[in-house]
Structure formats: C-alpha cells, structure tokens
Design a binder for this molecule. Structure first.
Ligand code: 5GP
Length: 193
C-alpha cells in the first residue's frame, strides 16, 4: 500500500453518492509533504516522457500540479472554469460536466500558453467519469500539442472514466485506485497496482 492509499484509509471519508471526501489533506487543506511524495512518484512513472508543461484544472488540481511540477521543472497551466466566455484574446474551450457539482462549465486556456511544440502531462486530483479529463485532452489536442501522460491522485475504479481514457491509448497513472467504497461502513478497498 502506498502513502496516498494509507492516508485515504486514515483520513478519507466516504459520502453517499459515490463521493470520497479528502478535504483534510488533498483538496481543501493540503498536505504538501504528501504532494511532494506524489510528485516523486509521477516523475518515476513518466521518466521517459519529454514533458515540458503540466496542465490541470481549477481549483483542486492546481495545488497538486504545482508541487508535481517541481519534480519536472516545467510550468503549470490551469484551465479556468468560465460560465460565460470572455473572448478577450484567443482561447481554447471545452465543455466539462462537474461530477461533484452536477453542472456544466466551459473550461478555457489562452492559446498563447499551449502550442504544437508542447508535450503535456495532465494532472488532476480525482478521476470519476472522466469528463474533466476529456475536456483537458480536447484542449491539448485543439492546440496541436501532445498528451504525454495523465497523472491522477485518486481514481474511482468503479466509475467509467479510467477505462475509457485508457481505451483511447493514453498512459494514465493513478496513485490510488478505489475499487469499492461504502458510505455505511466507511470501508474503502483499493485495486492492486
Ligand atoms: P469526472 O469529470 O472524472 O467525472 O470527475 C472529476 C472531477 O470531479 C475531479 O476534478 C474532482 O474535482 C471531482 N470529483 C469526482 N469525484 C470526486 C470524489 O469522489 N471526491 C471529490 N472530492 N471530488 C470528486
């Protein structure tokens, strides 16, 4: 069991509706030493990739992406969520449905921050149905850039996102894959990796 899985067992809370709350260490209060270990592990898993940029999505991906970026020594770009698009300058736009908030957002990245020369590692905190990731992949592809890999902290393996993204041929690495979780008992089971 890795350090993130241990922490999820210690401090994660299973909520109704297939939501795992990890706000005491991952996406509200943030444990930076834990993020640093995660960054080391992503660097190991993507060691052979020519990554020159990290892309994430606001808000909860940003903290993780910044610490991960210290291991790759590359800049971080985050996609902004925009209800109405202020088309000041050229933007890449994708529509993303939020799993936790059940609403649709346009996510945008300024064209000047992604180009065909970029080799991108996408980072996010959670993977559920894969909608956020599909949006980020679409943005990278609109720029003519290359998705070199995708690094996720927590994948909920019982939802469809992981399978569909892997089926598209991307190297998707999740540090903890939850195979099952139960809001009544609080029990969380991880997939063997
Ligand atoms: P997806 O687009 O893959 O369905 O959902 C991914 C996004 O939804 C993540 O960026 C994350 O913010 C949020 N999310 C999905 N499932 C969970 C969950 O169980 N717990 C938390 N805290 N966030 C989640």
């Amino acid at each position: 069991m890795n350090i993130l899985e241990e922490r999820i067992l210690k401090d994660g809370i299973v909520k109704e509706g297939n939501v795992l709350k990890v706000d005491s260490f991952l996406n509200h209060q943030m444990d930076i030493d834990l993020f640093d270990e995660m960054g080391k592990e992503f660097k190991r898993r993507f060691a052979d990739k020519p990554i020159n940029k990290i892309l994430t999505i606001e808000a909860s991906g940003i903290g993780i992406a910044c610490v991960v970026a210290q291991h790759f020594h590359v800049p971080v770009v985050f996609a902004k969520k925009a209800k109405s698009i202020n088309l000041e300058g050229e933007m890449y736009v994708a529509e993303v449905e939020s799993f936790t908030h059940k609403c649709k957002n346009n996510v945008i990245v300024a064209q000047k921050f992604l180009s065909p020369d970029d080799h991108v590692l996408i980072i996010d905190d959670f993977l559920a149905n894969g909608c956020a990731l599909q949006g980020l992949i679409q943005i990278v592809q609109s720029a003519g850039a290359t998705v070199e890999g995708i690094g996720i902290a927590v994948e909920k393996g019982f939802q469809t996102g992981g399978r569909s993204i892997r089926n598209l041929g991307f190297q998707l690495e999740s540090l903890a894959i939850v195979e099952s979780m139960d809001a009544k008992t609080g029990k969380i089971v991880f997939s063997e990796q």
